[in-house]
Write a new protein. Sequence first.
Lengths: 218, 316
Amino acid sequence: MPSTNRLDRLGTLARRLPFPLEDFDAVNRTFCRWAARREDADLELLEVWLYCYVQRFVVVRLLHLGPLGAGETDRIIGQIYDRAREFDKVAEPERFTHWLSVVCKNTYLNALRRRYQPAALDEDALLDNPVDAEPGLYEMDRAHLRHALAEAFRALPQSLRDVARMRLLEQRPYDEIAEATGHPLPTVRTYAAKAVRRLREDPNLRATGEALGLLPAE
Amino acid sequence: MNTIEQQLLLYSDLSPAEREAVDAYVQEHPEWAPLLEEAQALHALLRAAHPAEPPDAAALADYVADRALGAPDTPERRTRHATVEAALAADPALSRRADAMTETLAGLADASATPLAHFEQLTGRRLAETPGLARTRAGAPAPDRPPARVLRWHPLRLALAASLALGVLYGALALASHVAQPERALLADLGELPGDYSGLRLRGDAPADRTSDRYALALDALDDARTSVLGLFPSYDPEALDAVADQLREVVDASGETSWEGLEALYALGRIRLYQGRDAEALWALQSVVALEGPHASESRRLLDYLQQQGLEEAD
């Protein structure tokens, strides 16, 4: 096994962050504040966070590809970072992290096509079928999904929210929910169905689901 | 909301018999099929919010990356790690895969700049040495500051103020010097090349062999070709630069492109030709560094991107 020291240096920048990498609420708040005031302290924090985010985004994906040429990881990180650093292109500052997830995904696929890899790989399989390079949902993607779900659930009327949370997120049985909320069983079912109908119409949740390949693009 | 709509929206909750009935109804009334499809996709999306069990390849990569990148210890992360560790203990093949990923990660770490250096290169920022700086800037309320004391101008403070003023003046001149340089000169950054060689000198007091010696002489000549005032407004004598480029070519020919000196010389040559606007030779040298995986492959790629962009703009 490689020594811890060799790997430790990868986390040097991430350890400077004042909040967890996946705290998208904190990031979006910082971005909105920077967009409004343009203060350098916020910009520096955003840049450090962005680097750590991109680094994480790239590293977990490259672990499936095997060794790359020297400097290739930095090149891919740099290419995505430069594209994602175009903060003035963010139309909705409060949804900066969603914009970022889409930019990262698209730029990563482009960067991967130009990579230099010493060992021969089955190029066709990798490039023609990006699913091979995306073996499941990474935790950072899941964090985006949870963030979008939390926002979508917050937008539900209070009467639906509790039932939706208990049934759709916590997967509790209907009778238990009926007991917890004091609603008759048929009402709980109706509320759950109404919540599903509203959630499938939520534009932000749809956009996140589409970006992660979990919902078909409209 | 009618019964069929409710049943479609909660399809995954139905018993097998109820599903069969709903399926038959949708076949007879295909206008309901899109709603069923969308509802099922939404339920799949809701399920995806939970970590995969048993851990899939992505979960394994996250686990390996968490350990290396110093992810903060949260209850959610602890639970996720415990699930992966249990799977690793039970499945030797999965454990070998995790080991292979850790090796790959170590390889990536070895072949990359440190994140701090790479960040500084990308942004041009210089971060404070101590990680605590960002924490005070994170949006948390700033600590109360002690009241400002009345400043007394005794000689020591005057001296400090004078050196501060000189520092500010030099900073302003450095900024002017930076702005005055063409984009190519900033990218080529020839003043930084001799620093790259210091590592070789530190390993031994003198260069180890003749090609190393030639390389050292070329870099010394590059240093001599430079004129500046207090390190500001640098410029290079064109003829001297050509002579340095010839020397570097000789190093490449003598030591071979794949040797350490050959790759370093190619990189230096590429930067010199970039500075001079001799793009064809710059492209050749930098592309060789990338193709041969030289230690400066990443920087070379960045310079190649610039040259490619320039070529496109000229073509337009």
